[in-house]
Ligand binder design. Structure first.
Ligand SMILES: Cc1ncc(COP(=O)(O)O)c(C=O)c1O
Length: 395
């Protein structure tokens, strides 16, 4: 059954991205209730971790309470601490930078590439080669004297970053890589799954608007057993054994059995859900390729995106155009959303180090995200396309 929500007490909206809970979700939740296992101790958590690891192409996975918690604990496990800098793209959801801030570190914001919207690897290289010194194996920002402690590429919209380049650079400078793969489960890069691209740790989100959801949740995956053990330890209040002994300040970041139950049911249908997302992206692609006033979201260059969100980019650069299109669509019963405002324009990150931001500033406000739930019907997609044409032509 597809649930359509009424917004403003009026029309049934075609929603932007709602979960598809038509598999075993209800059965598995019922099992949790019947068994009494509702907390992070419960059989679905281990099963979920195995399924995430398999889907990501990594041998080890640790489920976390959210993607943000996963990013935080991953950074801590890799030694990021107070006073450090972490290289983060400016065009990302604020959680990527917040996880850095939770460590007492600061993000160093890198503009994005105009063709991919990923962190611009040329700028990344320029920062490391020209704006940093390497002393005793540490990378130091010349201007502030702070240590650069990690690189965090973001597989934006589920589209894999050119990780071979990022990993080669990171290796050259001896920097760890934490990949924010929040929406990228199911993506493929040069024939490899997204947890197998050379990052030290890769982090997924399973929040409500993701292709695969637990309601809320995340996971950290990686190739090194010792590192993943450390992530598990830190995310379980750093507790040792049965007695209440804790060897450091850990976090209460574990996923619950209830959330994992939903996640297992979702992951059973991962291929179908991702295929549907790609189909929606292609539907919009065909529909809008000849509409002069818009361009499409970037297409994956090195593999296959998980195609989390789909939409259009208005060629008109005025900030008001995308707002008027969104308002027009809303009046017609189509939920459309703006995209993330780049981090250097966000209050908490106005004063952190940043490269030039010409690309992120040029693109973000022209992006209109369109309905792309896996439950959207073909008829609804046709309606969306029709209204977008009318809205764009009228402007
Ligand atoms: C790029 C990115 N990073 C991090 C997150 C944070 O994930 P969560 O909401 O599970 O904490 C999200 C969530 O939308 C995201 O899109």
């Amino acid at each position: 059954m597809v649930i359509r929500r009424k917004k403003n007490g009026q029309k049934n909206m075609i929603p932007l991205a709602v979960p598809n809970l038509s598999g075993n979700e209800a059965n598995y939740l019922q099992e949790c209730i019947a068994s009494g296992f509702v907390s992070s101790v419960g059989p679905f958590v281990g099963r979920f971790e195995q399924m995430v690891a398999a889907a990501a192409g990594s041998p080890f996975a640790v489920a976390t309470a959210s993607g943000t918690a996963g990013l935080h604990v991953a950074l801590v496990a890799l030694g990021v601490g107070p006073g450090d800098l972490v290289l983060v793209p400016s065009l990302t959801f604020i959680a990527s930078a917040n996880a850095v801030s939770y460590c007492g570190a600061r993000p160093w914001l890198v503009d994005c590439d105009p063709d991919t919207w990923h962190m611009d690897v040329g700028l990344l290289e320029q920062i490391l080669k020209e704006e940093c010194d390497t002393r005793c194996g540490r990378v130091i920002c010349k201007k502030t004297g702070q240590r650069v402690a990690a690189i965090m590429p973001v597989h934006i919209l589920g589209d894999p970053v050119d990780m071979d380049r990022v990993v080669a650079l990171a290796g050259h400078f001896g920097l760890p890589v934490v990949a924010d793969a929040a929406a990228a489960l199911g993506a493929i890069y040069r024939g490899r799954q997204v947890g197998d691209l050379g990052a030290d740790l890769t982090v997924f989100s399973f929040n409500g608007n993701k292709t695969v959801t637990c309601g809320g949740g995340g996971a950290v995956v990686g190739m090194r057993e010792d590192l993943l053990k450390h992530v598990r330890h830190l995310s379980t209040t750093a507790r040792i054994g049965e007695a209440y002994d804790h060897d450091q300040v850990g976090f209460n970041y574990r996923l619950t059995n209830i959330q994992a139950a939903v996640g297992c049911a979702q992951l059973e249908r991962l291929d179908h859900l991702v295929a549907r997302k790609r189909w929606i992206r292609d539907f919009y692609g065909r529909a809008f390729e000849n509409l002069d006033k818009v361009s499409l979201f970037p297409r994956s260059v090195h593999g296959q995106s998980a195609a989390w969100f789909s939409g259009v980019v208005l060629k008109d650069k005025s900030v008001s155009s995308s707002a008027s299109l969104r308002n027009f669509l809303r009046q017609q019963g189509v939920e459309a959303k703006p995209f993330w405002k780049p981090l250097h324009l966000q209050e908490p990150y106005r004063n952190v180090p940043a490269t030039r931001q010409t690309v992120s500033e040029n693109v973000w406000h022209r992006i209109v995200v369109l309905p792309c739930s896996t439950t959207v019907t073909d008829l609804e997609l046709e309606q969306v396309v029709d209204w977008v044409y009318r809205g764009v032509m009228a402007s």
